[in-house]
Design a protein around this ligand. Structure first.
Ligand code: NAD
Length: 450
């Protein structure tokens, strides 16, 4: 049997392995999930939620072990990894929200009485990335299952062990074949997209998202695509500069910049640029870089390919006139040290292609209009943030940005209950929120005369 091995990006040691699912077997796997679906659906929203809630205690008990596995398999600092692992057990609110969102709705118009049902689609194929190797699966698998679908789940080949560990917990409480894991890389992903599944829930890169959309067109499969970004941050004249610099450092460097809503482009008003750059450079230079298992702020990149991609972008930006204010391309192993680049211009690769690495790119602007125009000059539209005075003026600037999620003096992600949504080429459809949960269902309208 062919296996997929995982290696620790810190020292190259082997972490473990999983059996690869031959792509030719995927149609049979999907057929098994289809056979299991009616009985799972028949349990009803409350019955399914009751079963899924049993995972809460198991995830809490295994949070430390899951965190350690994440750090070993993809490098993120242990504290961040354990935080991610703990979030897996916090599903009560989401299950309540799903149960309420998917209740049948009754609509009367004086002549007719209709009931709108939110039925499961059938079998959902879930394909996930490696950067949040346990929470990304949870964001798609849990709502798909709660809605009454069965799921065939393909974790990233970079973090197959984490994906398997997530599914193992669910499979301790689920009936057989309600959730089936398949392992492999793009061949297995393609086979799942081409199979008889009713929907593909995908989180990953824009390029693969486009491929999936094209392939899914053949049978008009439902798709939800959560894709990459090139998030801007605006720093306005009356911003609290210390706070803005602290945020920029956190959101450019956490998880070694391997975050879809990472701050990848910073537009700072000329009048505050010196102060902002100095504060950001100080924070970046003080960051502890090392093995994620030790007390560090930044671990290694997930693999050498990702490291090389980031280093090549830095080199090319410097060749094009960017200045290195902190960090740079000196490195060892899979590490990229937190880097602050000044004088970044729009024509550079690093200003338009997703970096997914620990680099903060600063561009000085002379007006708010220029900042807004440059921030919106992208095909992406995931998150954005604006730092300025508290109040209506800064919120008005934020409303001019074309991203899906915009934070004012804070991160982009919204309150619990709001969609996680990418605009433009950062996504198609979305999840989280009552409307997001409905994307895992088919609306059916049953009508009688009044
Ligand atoms: P990726 O697109 O390379 O791979 C994602 C998954 O797709 C993997 O499981 C991979 O095996 C599979 N795959 C590859 N080719 C395929 C194909 N042709 N058909 C079907 N499946 C295929 O992405 P990645 O490198 O794993 O993750 C990083 C990307 O994910 C970044 O662009 C990041 O911004 C994005 N991301 C987005 C969000 C969000 O919420 N919008 C969250 C996390 C990550």
């Amino acid at each position: 049997m062919e296996t997929l091995k995982s290696y620790n990006p810190f020292d190259g040691s082997e972490v473990g392995e999983v059996p690869i699912t031959p792509a030719s077997q995927i149609p049979d796997v999907v057929a098994r999930a289809r056979v299991a679906q009616p009985a799972w659906d028949a349990l009803g929203l409350a019955g399914r939620a009751e079963i899924l809630r049993k995972t809460t205690a198991i995830f809490a008990e295994r949070a430390q072990a899951h965190g350690e596995l994440m750090t070993a398999e993809m490098g993120k600092p242990l504290a961040e990894a354990v935080g991610e692992a703990k979030s897996l057990g916090m599903i009560d609110h989401e299950l309540d929200e799903i149960a309420s969102a998917l209740q049948p709705e009754i609509v009367e118009d004086g002549r007719l009485r209709s009931t709108v049902y939110h039925d499961p689609l059938g079998v959902v194929g879930a394909i996930t990335p490696w950067n949040f190797p346990m929470s990304m699966p949870a964001w798609m698998v849990l709502p798909a299952l709660a809605a009454g679908n069965t799921v065939v789940f393909k974790p990233s080949e970079e973090t197959a062990l984490c994906g398997q560990a997530y599914a193992d917990v669910l499979n301790e409480v689920l009936p057989p074949d309600v959730l089936i894991v398949v392992h492999g890389a793009d061949d297995q992903g393609k086979a799942l997209v081409q199979s008889d599944v009713d929907m593909i829930a995908f989180t990953g890169s824009r390029e693969v998202g486009k491929h999936i959309m094209r392939e899914a067109a053949g049978t008009l499969k439902r798709v939800v695509l959560e894709l990459g970004g090139k998030d801007p941050m605006l720093v306005l004249e009356h911003a609290d500069i210390a706070k803005a610099a602290k945020f920029a450092a956190w959101n450019s460097f956490r998880n070694a910049g391997q975050v879809c809503v990472s701050t990848e482009r910073i537009f700072v008003l000329d009048s505050v640029a010196d102060e902002f750059e100095a504060a950001l450079t100080d924070i970046a230079s003080a960051m502890r870089v090392g093995n994620g298992a030790d007390e560090v702020d930044i671990g290694p990149m997930v693999n050498a390919r990702q490291r090389d991609h980031v280093l090549a972008q830095i080199d090319s930006a410097v060749a094009g006139g960017a200045s290195v204010l902190a960090g740079g391309t000196g490195h060892h192993g899979n590490f990229v040290i937190p880097t602050v680049l000044g004088n970044v211009s729009e024509d550079m690769d690093i200003a338009c292609v997703e970096t997914f690495g620990p680099v903060a790119c600063v561009t000085r602007v002379s007006s708010v209009d220029e900042a807004v125009a440059k921030a919106n000059h992208t095909h992406f539209g995931l998150g954005a943030v604006v730092f300025g005075e508290d109040g209506a003026d800064t919120a008005a600037v934020a409303r001019r940005l074309t991203a899906g999620m915009i934070g004012v003096n804070r991160a982009a992600g919204g309150a619990v209950g709001t969609p996680w949504v990418g605009a433009r080429q950062s996504g198609l459809g979305f999840h989280k929120s009552p409307d997001g949960h409905k994307q895992f269902t088919q609306a059916r309208v049953l009508t009688t005369a009044l």
